[in-house]
Design a protein around this ligand. Structure first.
Ligand SMILES: C[S@@+](CC[C@H](N)C(=O)[O-])C[C@H]1O[C@@H](n2cnc3c(N)ncnc32)[C@H](O)[C@@H]1O
Length: 302
């Protein structure tokens, strides 16, 4: 067992050096897949997202007040469970969920459909993939656990802004640089044993820059035309009934696994769990996860 803090510092330094090499270094082997959170299939993600569901529902209940006729945009809707939840809230007229993954959108359309829910494929940071009719069409937007997969957050926020009605609201959840998930992801990407498999892959996790945030303030949100109503950092945790369940949650959110040969994945998992314990993402008995330093931000279109 190594000293986590020291090892973490070493790997993060290696990672920063790679960052300095510039954007071209980020071109990753994408195996013909979309350049996004492609750690898992839609079915597997849907079965292993109870953590995202419970935190998502908790913040929706805390921050949003549904009003009659609400039209809601779910940017990065994944497999659609949150769209279903929102569509059932009193007053909500309709929900549009979109995601960059055609596979996830197809799953959402099949298993989370409702008369007042529609799905589409689009890249949140590329407004040219948005439908013209989305402009100014939504009174509320949610973007839960998506923006840390997105490099150009300003482009994403401006694009969502353009979809909102005047004084429309946005609620987002995003991991920050300090989060235990982000730290674990960085360390595994630079791990000497696994780095050769990862090649030019670097973590496709782009946490929210902590320097951007102040007390109920985000410069980025202001620059993108939003008034911040509330902004804070929180931690969330979940118990799993078995170590196997926790492993499946990790499998669903760590894209690194795509690059590890099948016959070495157990060994990778062993190291991943060790690092996750070090960063306190996972408990020693691997039955509990704690994702620290998640940004919860509620804002209104100016
Ligand atoms: C952790 S999942 C969260 C999904 C959903 N919001 C939930 O709470 O379950 C992250 C989602 O972001 C999507 N995503 C990543 N990059 C994206 C992009 N550039 N545009 C749209 N969706 C994106 C992924 O395909 C994935 O479905």
């Amino acid at each position: 067992m190594f000293c986590g803090r020291r090892v973490a510092a070493t790997f993060v330094t290696v990672h920063r050096w790679r960052l300095l090499k510039g954007p071209s270094s980020f071109v990753r082997v994408d195996h013909g897949r979309t350049l996004t959170m492609d750690a898992t299939t839609a079915d597997h993600y849907s079965r292993n997202r109870s953590f995202q569901q419970s935190v998502g529902v908790k913040v929706l209940q805390q921050y949003l007040r549904w009003e009659g006729g609400d039209t809601v945009l779910d940017a990065g809707c994944g497999t659609g469970e949150i769209c279903t939840y929102i569509s059932q809230q009193p007053g909500v007229a309709s929900v549009l969920g979109f995601d960059v993954s055609a596979e996830f959108v197809s799953f959402a359309s099949q298993y989370n459909s409702a008369p007042n829910v529609r799905y589409d494929v689009a890249d949140v940071s590329d407004i040219s993939t948005y439908k013209p009719e989305w402009e100014g069409a939504f009174s509320k937007a949610v973007c839960l656990y998506v923006l840390h997969w997105v490099r150009d957050k300003a482009a994403a926020l401006r694009a969502i802004h353009s979809c909102l009605t005047s004084r429309g609201e946005i609620l987002l959840l995003c991991d920050t640089e300090e989060s235990s998930f982000n730290q674990t992801s960085l360390i595994m990407a630079s791990h000497p044993k696994w780095q050769p498999y990862l090649g030019e892959f670097v973590p496709i996790v782009f946490p929210w820059p902590s320097g951007d945030l102040g007390k109920n303030r985000s410069r980025l949100m202001q620059e993108c035309g939003f008034e911040v109503l509330s902004c804070h950092i929180e931690q969330n945790h979940q118990h799993f009934e078995s170590k196997a369940k926790l492993k499946e949650w990790l499998r669903a959110v760590f894209p690194h696994l795509n690059y590890i040969p099948q016959d070495r994945q157990e060994e990778f998992f062993h190291d991943l769990l060790e690092v996750a314990r070090d960063t306190r993402l996972a408990s020693t008995d691997a039955l509990y996860i704690e994702v620290t330093a998640t940004l919860v931000l509620h804002a209104r279109k100016l």
